[in-house]
Design a protein around this ligand. Structure first.
Ligand SMILES: Nc1ncnc2c1ncn2[C@@H]1O[C@H](COP(=O)(O)OP(=O)(O)OP(=O)(O)O)[C@@H](O)[C@H]1O
Ligand SMILES: [Mg+2]
Length: 265
């Protein structure tokens, strides 16, 4: 596998607070990579800077070999990095189908003249988008809501709609900001399953999330931030037993963690 997203030496300070103090990591194509860390460790700042929603003070962001450092968000999206937000942003009065059609339109290769003239290119683009939308809806398991107003869906299902919308333009990487925060625990499994399915279908994800179990179940690789720096990186299993991670992230010594695990078993 090769890195589809590479960030190096990311730096960002807010009025003297080093939110990012030289963070480097890579996301492999076809992987699910987790970005975790305690509150205030710099996770949101990192993904905001990578996706162009915040300006970096320093460092470099390379997507599929292209330097996208400092580019505006819509340019980065067009280059192939999409993101979702912690609060869901979808069109609640519109059906699932229309939400996905709109998500596609913003990135459509066909232009207004094609549309006006109903050119072959326009018809092909509409057909391809519809096919993509149906595939995604099947992968996230929401087929029965295809023609239904998305406003009636549960919060977790709305998050899945936002995820499918982000995937419509065939991005190279999708960055998810806390995909299960605020989601009913019984629905977390559905999101986990959907992400697993999408990944097996070839999608690449970078996920910021506080839910350690969710991250452990899904991620091939986990990066741990603490106070604006990368504290550790590795498989979920390796991260779990890393004493630095236990102390910084969970506030536990390895002995305490072990006792806790024995208690839970
Ligand atoms: N707009 C801002 N102005 C000033 N300081 C900020 C701003 N955004 C973030 N910070 C500070 O930067 C640091 C990193 O914040 P960030 O939001 O990236 O952390 P986080 O890892 O996403 O935390 P959480 O898990 O709580 O969401 C914190 O010390 C935070 O207080
Ligand atoms: Mg955050």
């Amino acid at each position: 596998m090769s890195a589809i997203l590479e960030v190096s030496d990311l730096r960002k300070a807010y009025a003297g607070v080093h939110a990012l103090d030289g963070v480097s990591f890579a996301v492999e194509a076809g992987s699910i990579t987790g970005l975790i860390g305690p509150n205030g460790s710099g996770k949101s700042t990192a993904i905001d800077c990578i996706s162009g929603f915040q300006k970096l003070d320093g460092g470099k962001v390379v997507l599929a070999g292209q330097d996208i450092t400092g580019r505006v968000a819509h340019h980065i999206a067009r280059t192939g990095l999409m993101r979702t937000f912690q609060t869901v942003r979808i069109y609640e009065r519109l059906s699932l189908r229309d939400n996905l059609a709109i998500a596609n339109q913003q990135f459509d290769a066909a232009n207004w003249l094609d549309e006006l003239l109903r050119t072959r290119r326009y018809r092909d683009a509409v057909e391809a988008a519809e096919k993509r939308a149906r595939q995604l809806v099947e992968l996230i398991g929401l087929q029965r809501y295809w023609e239904i107003e998305t406003g009636i869906l549960s919060y977790g299902q709305k998050k899945l709609v936002a995820l499918a919308a982000a995937l419509m333009p065939h991005p190279k990487v999708v960055v998810l900001d806390e995909p299960v925060a605020g989601v009913n625990p019984s629905r977390i499994r559905e999101i986990e399953a959907a992400l697993g399915e999408l990944n097996r279908a070839g999608e690449t994800f970078l996920i910021v999330e506080h839910n350690v179990e969710f991250i452990t179940n899904l991620c091939h690789r986990v990066i741990v931030l603490d106070q604006g720096r990368k504290l550790a990186e590795g498989t979920a299993a390796a991260i779990h037993t890393d004493p630095r991670v236990l102390e910084a992230y969970l506030g536990m010594t390895p002995e305490m963690a072990e006792a806790e695990m024995r208690g839970a078993a």
